[in-house]
Design a protein around this ligand. Structure first.
Ligand code: GLN
Length: 246
């Protein structure tokens, strides 16, 4: 596959925001691109570091404990001044759990502190009394086949979507955003917010390829991703889906 320059994947706060193997999402994106002859350059950015936004094609941010979210939130709000306009213009991003919460309007931590979010998603998160922990299967309306997304949730926050928000999926197994309305995650433009760890992407190769195709489109490259042998990944996916059928 012709390749002008590496795809640039910005990994935000890799030290503070990295729970339950979230870093594996970066590996899955990198590998599935490389298997198509693309190269990926991962730019890790911690608090206070600069970003050359004009070269970023895709953004990833993992989940974090309340204390870690509190530690990075001021920096994230400053970063949002450059990030949010680009997300509005189609820059793709995957935000897991604590990162998803901080893309909403606000996050109330377990000890009652309210952290402001970027307000990209019309959503807010309140402190729950019981942590949601376990396998999750959701059915998504994204144009992916199969329409199931699988993962593992572990969060105290309860997220509520505003009327203008679109959920990533509807839960078939697990609690999802708040355990009440059946929603899981959110999608806006090319930004996916979700509670699912796992890591998420190794067991959901259709989402990995969707993010890669969005990144190529954002960069202005009209390129189809050739299919890959993904039998092992679908076997892992199927094991979790079967838990929703018991
Ligand atoms: N600290 C947040 C919560 O408990 C996010 C957790 C996470 O990222 N897994 O809800």
């Amino acid at each position: 596959m012709p390749n002008q320059r590496p795809l640039k994947l910005l990994h935000l706060y890799p030290e503070e925001m990295n729970l339950y193997g979230d870093r594996g999402n970066v590996l899955a994106l990198t590998r599935r691109a490389e298997w198509r002859g693309l190269t990926v350059e991962v730019i890790s950015r911690g608090a206070g570091q600069l970003v050359d936004w004009d070269t970023v094609d895709l953004v990833f941010m993992g989940g974090g404990e309340d204390s870690h979210q509190a530690r990075i939130v001021d920096d994230f709000l400053r970063l949002g001044e450059a990030l949010v306009p680009r997300l509005e213009q189609g820059l793709p991003m995957l935000a897991i759990c604590g990162a998803f919460q901080l893309l909403g309007q606000s996050y109330e931590t377990a000890d009652g502190q309210t952290l402001p979010g970027l307000g990209f998603f019309d959503a807010w998160t309140e402190a729950g009394r019981v942590r949601a922990i376990g396998d999750v299967v959701s059915k998504t309306e994204l144009a992916v086949e199969p329409p199931t997304i699988v993962g593992f949730e572990n969060h105290g926050g309860l997220t509520y979507l505003g009327s203008s928000s679109q959920p990533l999926g509807r839960v078939l197994l697990g609690r999802g955003n708040n355990g009440k309305d059946g929603t899981e995650g959110a999608v806006k433009n090319h930004v996916i917010g979700t509670y699912l760890h796992g890591s998420l992407l190794p067991k959901n190769p259709h989402l990995t390829d969707l993010l890669l195709s969005w990144a190529l489109r954002y960069r202005g490259v009209a390129q189809e991703l050739p299919p890959l042998d993904t039998e092992l990944e679908w076997t892992a996916h199927g094991v979790i889906v079967s838990r929703a059928k018991r």
